[in-house]
Design a protein around this ligand. Sequence first.
Ligand SMILES: [Zn+2]
Length: 361
Amino acid sequence: MSILAVPLHVAANGVGDVPASSLVNGVSVRHVSSMMKKPLVTAAVVCLVVLLPATCPAAFQIRCASLSGRTYVFLSDVARYYGMKYHPGQKTVRLTSKYSDLRFTLERRECVLNTVSVHLSFAPRMWKRNPTISETDFRLMVDPVLRPKCLPKGTVKRIMIDPGHGGKDHGATGRKYREKDVNYSVCRILVEALRKQGYTVSLTRGGDTKLSLERRAKLARAWRADLFISVHANYVATKSVRGAETFLLSPKGTPSTYGNKSSKSLSLGNAFDKQNARAAYEIHKGLKTATKSSDRGVKHARFLVLRDAPCPALLVEMGFLSNSTEESLLGSARHQRKVADGIVQGVRRYHQSLLQGGAAK
Ligand SMILES: [Zn+2]
């Protein structure tokens, strides 16, 4: 078993777990300066991942190991990196602070980041009694959720909303409602709610028209969108399945949530991996809070509208038309309003996190 050194790029502004309130009040990230002054000392000198913030007097180090040709980082060091408490269990590991609570399960891709279910690209694994997570999941999912400074500084002004399906393409069909109609109704409410918050918003389809997936991504590019949100409703043969899920593009070299094959190709949308993670996390959290839907989690996929997106993008599956309770909810104006409000809350929090961003583009 070899151990690799992997350069990870960290913002010049240091590290620190983020107080949840800072996202609302605009308070900047809490710095953990004592941590930055003392490099982590390890008895067994293995190759270390060295994080070198330009303005810091000393490097912070996170140990890593290579397992099946993939790089994994020690969760104990990740905890110290964020100034969090480390609670290893038999099969689970918990990292806690005043602001955050992360729960990982060994050999299971699903984890919980601050009450939100998130499907990692790879399951956490044990290496010589050290629980680890993949470097990709640390860098492209956990870090964007905990540390806005790792995001490129930016803003959100123009949002393109994409009601899934349309025209001859009805999408999923429940007993009473068709997906294309539910998607469109929610999107109309969402557009108005976002405009009230001062955003400039456009719809990919302004009525019941068929639109190819390529055309939707092209429209976002031509319109110069800062954020693209595709809205769908789900359907599955098992009628009891219910809940909301939010998809972001799978990073290069990782499998999608429903699959084990890793794609080596880099898509256009992979330029926004970190923003995608933060946006998906915030919008899913907003959706789950506003609707009280059961949480099926933030997931990865290579849907064409995500692959070809010219900006951070995500796809929301609001609930299941195959479940009679959720179908009734999705057809009601009251619930549609809740879905739209949840997405708006998420957009606002994502926007706040970009304003705190500090990484170079
Ligand atoms: Zn759909």
